[in-house]
Design a protein around this ligand. Structure first.
Ligand SMILES: *[C@@H]1O[C@H](CO)[C@@H](O)[C@H](O)[C@H]1NC(C)=O
Ligand SMILES: *[C@@H]1O[C@H](CO)[C@@H](O)[C@H](O)[C@H]1NC(C)=O
Ligand SMILES: [Zn+2]
Length: 527
């Protein structure tokens, strides 16, 4: 059975009428309390905040733990100094964006300020980085269940779609923010409160799943609250009981209310996940089956003889050119073999030191590889970076998880001004191909961001920048290669097509030996 519910109050814009709201809440506490929490949406401060100093000094008391949102203009911004700040006893500013977990386990997601089209936003606006920062962890988590409550300054755009009209406004379409709608769609709160509009609107609950097509999930109740103490006596205070969703049985949580509607918000671009297209178009190896070598003598290619025990590795069902145990792999290209991964010269590489990091066993992508494999990929990456750093070069790593069956991380060293230029070049090329390449935080982990099964292109640049594109339909297979051939980077347009870069097997063997010799002092697998 469910845990004991929390009693929560939500109120609309306070706009400096502090005694009005707190006296009202005190009265409610006595009459029908105790409530556990007061959530304030919209503007907490207003044009006249003269009462504030008495709350701040402790002369007047706030009767309940109160969570507030941030500024929507510069004047208000002066009150806020940091996320999570205690404004006075019992009043906490949550922050610009994030998720707050109350001691009972109740989860409250919040997004402060007005929508801005910029990346960063400012002290009264949230930018695209804020909404992505709030939703990326959710998108990455296939077991995500939702949050209990979402509070935003602004309304989500088009919330009235499929529902009753919003009373008191002519054109509901003009109200609210598209970005807030996207956040609501992704976070799937059970309750969503917003302010700023001066309107009370309790929408019919909307479903977070498609009927029949998807299994049932909990519904969202959106409630727009009017301003505290408004003359028209529109409702500005809303009381409800809620059991944190992580303490509920899913059958109970996911019960669909009678009057629920479709979700009013458009499908986010993030959810347009596509089926994996496993047509094999690997372009670094000849797929026609020539140059096959027997794999009976593993020690032929295993550098260092039988130093390491060969682990049992997952095998491809069909022939795979990259499984190290398969007869198809071109062993004369292998430069280093670890426990989980190996490094091989890229066929038709851009530069002689263009190599690939590959798992020994059959894994499709970084995201779908087990931790041991990802750890060793990181180990190879750092050895390769050291090796090239000593030559004054930086390394570009990129992976395309689209139309490949076996993970290949391309490793291309670049030097000179290209180290600075390469990020802009990636961005420009992406723009000209209409590819949305997103910068993800430097310390983020791809696995936390991309669900297994979603195709992507991912690059790590010498200065630590990480770029990610979720592939939705088509993607130029040689994109990474094309970018690196641009004038600002390697400046070798003629090598964008790998077919122009083929060399003889003898030359490949020589290049492999050269690379091995160069890499030897850095290669952890030889230590
Ligand atoms: C803060 O709120 C709690 C209830 O949540 C109340 O017991 C306490 O007295 C309040 N503090 C002040 C200074 O009023
Ligand atoms: C691949 O190998 C086949 C058979 O040996 C050969 O005819 C073909 O030209 C090669 N293709 C490429 C792209 O190297
Ligand atoms: Zn394979």
């Amino acid at each position: 059975m469910s845990a004991k519910p929390l009693k929560v109050l939500a109120c609309g814009d306070v706009e400096g009428r502090f005694s009005q709201i707190f006296n009202r809440v005190s009265a409610i506490q006595k009459k029908s309390g105790p409530f556990d929490l007061l959530l304030c949406v919209g503007d907490f401060f207003g044009d006249n905040d003269t009462e504030w100093k008495d709350y701040k000094s402790g002369k007047l008391k706030v009767p309940i733990a109160t969570l507030i949102l941030g500024a929507t203009n510069d004047r208000q911004a002066s009150y806020y100094t940091e996320d999570g700040q205690e404004m006075c006893e019992n009043v906490t500013y949550l922050g610009k964006k994030g998720t707050y977990t109350e001691s009972s386990g109740l989860q409250i997601a919040y997004l402060s300020g007005l929508e801005s089209s910029s990346e960063e936003g400012d002290n009264s606006h949230f930018g695209r980085k804020d909404t992505t920062g709030l939703t990326l962890p959710v998108i990455a988590d296939t077991k995500y269940k939702g949050v209990d409550i979402l509070i935003t300054s602004q309304w989500p755009k088009n919330v009235q779609k499929y529902a009753s009209a919003i009373e008191g406004i002519e054109d509901g379409d003009q109200l609210g923010s598209e970005a807030v709608a996207e956040v609501a769609r992704l976070l799937q709160p059970r309750y969503h409160f917003a302010g700023l509009s001066g309107i009370f609107y309790e929408r019919q609950p909307y479903r977070n799943h498609k009927v029949i097509a998807e299994s049932s999930r909990h519904a969202t109740r959106f409630i727009g609250l009017a301003k505290v103490g408004n003359k028209q006596k529109k409702k500005f205070l809303y009381a409800f009981n809620v059991v944190p969703l992580n303490k509920m049985e899913s059958a109970e949580l996911n019960k669909t209310p009678q009057d629920s509607t479709e979700c009013p918000f458009p499908m986010s671009r993030f959810w347009s996940s596509n089926q994996i297209d496993d047509t094999d178009t690997q372009f670094f190896y000849n797929m026609s089956g020539k140059n096959k070598q027997g794999s009976k003598h593993k020690s032929d290619f295993k550098d260092g003889g039988d130093r390491k025990k060969q682990k049992k590795q997952p095998q491809a069902t069909g022939p795979c050119w990259f499984c190290l145990g398969s007869p198809e792999v071109e062993k004369h290209l292998v430069v280093s073999v670890g426990t989980e991964c190996y490094v091989a010269l890229a066929k038709g590489g851009l530069v002689p030191e263009h190599v690939l990091i590959l798992p020994i066993g059959h894994h499709q992508s970084t995201v779908s590889s087990p931790q041991d494999v990802r750890d060793e990929i990181d180990q190879y990456k750092s050895c390769l970076k050291k090796c090239f750093k000593d030559q004054g070069k930086g390394v570009v790593f990129f992976e395309r998880n689209f139309r490949t069956q076996h993970l290949q991380i391309q490793v291309v060293p670049i030097g000179g001004s290209a180290i600075q230029e390469v990020k802009d070049t990636f961005m420009e090329c992406a723009e000209s191909e209409s590819i949305s390449l997103d910068e993800i935080p430097k310390h983020s982990d791809l696995k936390q961001i991309i669900p297994v099964g979603v195709p992507y292109f991912y690059a790590e640049l010498p200065l630590g920048d990480k770029l990610l594109h979720r592939i939705s339909k088509n993607f130029p297979l040689q994109f990474g290669r094309e970018v690196l051939c641009e004038s600002g980077v390697l400046n070798m347009p003629e090598r964008a097509d790998w077919k122009n870069c083929k060399i003889s097997k003898e030359d490949e063997t020589t290049m492999t030996a050269d690379f091995k010799a160069m890499f030897k002092p850095y290669d952890f697998s030889l230590l």
